[in-house]
Design a protein around this ligand. Structure first.
Ligand code: G4F
Length: 366
C-alpha cells in the first residue's frame, strides 16, 4: 500500500487530490488538518468514512507536528497543498504568508530529510511567481517577477525545493500551477464569487418572478461587486490538475513542470459567460469605477455587476497565460475540461445549491 500524506485536506485541491487517490484501493491517504473550532468538512464529505482515509492533525507553522507526522506515518509521498493562498490578503499578513508558504515548505523538507528520505515531496507553486510577465504564454523558464507577498513566498519555496533536491538528492518537485477552480473553490476567489453571485441573482429574480413580478415590480437585486475587470487569467479545473500533480510525483527523475490550460480570459469574460449560463445577457456601460454590467433584456433593468475599488490590489498581475506543452510532452498530461465547461459547471452547481438541491461537492471523474 502507498501511504500519502496530504496537507490542505479541507480545501479545494487537498480534497480533490484525496478523492483522486482514494479511487485506487492500494492508496492510504492521511489528510492533515489544523485544529479549529469551526472546521468545515463539506469538501470531504464524500470520503471521510473511507477506510483508506485518515484525518491527522498538524500545522505547517509548527515544525514539531510536521516532523511527528512524517516520523510516525513514514509516507511514500507528501503532497503539500496547505498555504495562505489568497493573494489579495497577502499584503495584510505578509509574515504569516511567508512563514506558512515558505517556512512550511522548509519544515516539510526537513522532516522528510530527517525521518523518511525516500518520501517523494510535492510543493504547490503558483503562476503568481511570474507576476509582471515578460512574455506570453509563460513557460517554466520564465523569470520570477512576483507582484505580491504571496507570489514572493512561492518563488522562495520554488528555490528551496531545488536547493534541497540538489543538496540532499531528494525527490522533491515544485509544480507551477496556473489558476484552477471548481465547485470546491473558496468564495474569496473571483470565479466562485462570480458563480455564487450569479446563482444568488438568478434565485432572487426567478423566485420573485413567481409572485412579485406579476405585480409589475422589479426584484431588489444586489449586484456582484468586483475589482479589476481587465485582469486576465489562465483558468483550468482543479480536478484536471490532480492527475498532473500525481504524474509529476511519479517520474523517473524529479523535474518541475507548469500546469495550465494554454488559454487566457479576462474577469469580464468570466462574468459574461457565467451570466449567459443563467440566461442573463448584459452590456457593459460606464468606465473605471463607474463601470457596470446591466441586463436590459427583460421588463426590468438589472445591474448585475458593479466595480468596487476596495477589491483592487496594491499591485496587480495583469495577465497570466501558461504554456502547458512541456507537461504534455514530459508527463503525457493535458487538461480535459474547457473554460466554457468550467464556468457552466460552477454556475449550474451554485444555482442548484441556491434552489435547495444540496449535494456533496462531487468529484466528477469518480
Ligand atoms: O481569483 P483570484 O483571487 O486569484 P489569483 O489572485 O489569480 O490567485 C489564485 O491563483 C494563483 C495561481 O495563479 C494561486 F497561486 C493563488 O493561490 C490563487 O488560487 O483573482 C484573480 C484576478 C485578480 O487579478 C484579481 O485582481 O481577479 C481579480 N479580481 C477582480 N475582482 C478579483 C475581484 N479577485 C477577487 N478575489 N475578488 C474580486 O472581487
Amino acid at each position: 500500500m502507498k501511504k500519502i500524506l496530504i496537507t490542505g485536506t479541507l480545501g479545494q485541491d487537498g480534497s480533490n487530490m484525496s478523492e483522486y487517490l482514494l479511487r485506487d484501493k492500494r492508496n492510504k491517504v492521511y489528510g492533515m488538518i489544523r485544529r479549529s473550532a469551526n472546521s468545515n468538512f463539506i469538501n470531504c464529505r464524500g470520503f471521510l468514512d473511507n477506510p483508506n482515509f485518515q484525518l491527522v492533525y498538524g500545522d505547517l507553522t509548527d515544525e514539531v507536528s510536521i516532523a511527528k507526522l512524517v516520523q510516525e506515518i513514514q509516507p511514500d509521498y507528501f503532497i503539500n497543498f496547505a498555504a495562505n493562498s489568497f493573494v489579495g490578503c497577502s499584503w495584510d499578513m505578509p509574515l504569516h504568508v511567508l512563514d506558512t508558504n515558505t517556512g512550511g515548505v522548509i519544515r516539510c523538507l526537513e522532516a522528510i530529510k530527517k525521518h523518511q528520505p525516500n518520501c517523494r515531496f510535492y510543493s504547490a507553486g503558483s503562476s503568481e511567481q511570474f507576476g509582471d510577465v515578460d512574455y506570453s504564454p509563460q513557460d517554466i523558464k520564465h523569470p520570477m517577477k512576483p507582484r505580491s507577498p504571496y507570489g514572493a513566498s512561492k518563488c522562495a519555496a520554488h528555490h528551496l525545493v531545488k536547493v534541497y533536491r540538489d543538496s540532499y538528492d531528494m525527490y522533491a518537485v515544485h509544480g507551477v500551477l496556473f489558476n484552477h477552480e471548481g465547485i470546491r473553490r473558496g468564495e474569496e476567489f473571483v470565479t466562485r464569487k462570480i458563480s455564487k453571485g450569479v446563482a444568488r441573482i438568478y434565485d432572487t429574480i426567478k423566485s420573485v418572478e413567481n409572485w412579485r413580478h406579476r405585480h409589475g415590480q422589479a426584484a431588489r437585486v444586489k449586484p456582484i461587486e468586483l475589482g479589476n475587470l481587465d485582469a486576465k487569467r489562465d483558468w483550468s479545473d482543479s480536478e484536471d490538475f490532480m492527475e498532473g500533480v500525481w504524474l509529476m510525483l511519479n517520474q523517473d527523475d524529479p523535474k518541475d513542470y507548469l500546469l495550465a490550460s494554454g488559454e487566457t480570459h479576462s474577469i469580464r469574460e468570466f462574468v459574461e459567460k457565467a451570466f449567459d449560463v443563467a440566461d442573463f445577457h448584459g452590456t457593459w456601460e460606464g468606465e473605471g469605477i463607474d463601470e457596470k454590467y446591466i441586463d436590459k433584456g427583460g421588463p426590468h433593468e438589472y445591474v448585475l455587476v458593479e466595480v468596487n475599488p476596495d477589491f483592487y490590489r496594491p499591485a496587480e498581475v495583469e495577465v497570466l497565460h501558461g504554456d502547458p506543452t512541456a507537461a504534455e510532452k514530459g508527463l503525457g498530461w493535458k487538461p480535459k475540461i474547457s473554460f466554457d465547461d468550467l464556468v457552466m459547471r460552477m454556475v449550474e452547481y451554485d444555482i442548484r445549491q441556491c434552489l435547495g438541491k444540496n449535494e456533496n461537492p462531487p468529484y466528477s471523474n469518480s
